[in-house]
Write a protein that binds this ligand. Structure first.
Ligand SMILES: [Zn+2]
Length: 70
C-alpha cells in the first residue's frame, strides 16, 4: 500500500501488466503526422498533435493514448 504523493506529471492509471492501478509518469509529445516539407507554415500546427504517453513506475510498461493508430 503506497501513499506517496503524485507529482504533476504522474497519474494513477490501471496497468494491464501489473493488473492494478499504479503510478504512471505522463509525458506529452508532439507527434508530427506530416513529413513537413509539403506543409505550409500556417498548417504545421495542424499537422502535429499531442500524443500522451504513460509509463508505469512499477513495471515500466509504456502505453500511448492515441486517437489514431500508426
Ligand atoms: Zn505496471
Amino acid at each position: 500500500m503506497r501513499s506517496r504523493k503524485l507529482r504533476r506529471n504522474e497519474t494513477l492509471e490501471d496497468c494491464p501488466r501489473c493488473g492494478r492501478e499504479t503510478v504512471h509518469r505522463v509525458a506529452l509529445k508532439l507527434k508530427q503526422t506530416s513529413t513537413g516539407g509539403d506543409v505550409s507554415p500556417e498548417n504545421v500546427k495542424f499537422a502535429r498533435k499531442p500524443v500522451r504517453t504513460t509509463a508505469c513506475l512499477e513495471c515500466d510498461a509504456r502505453s500511448r493514448t492515441l486517437r489514431d493508430r500508426d
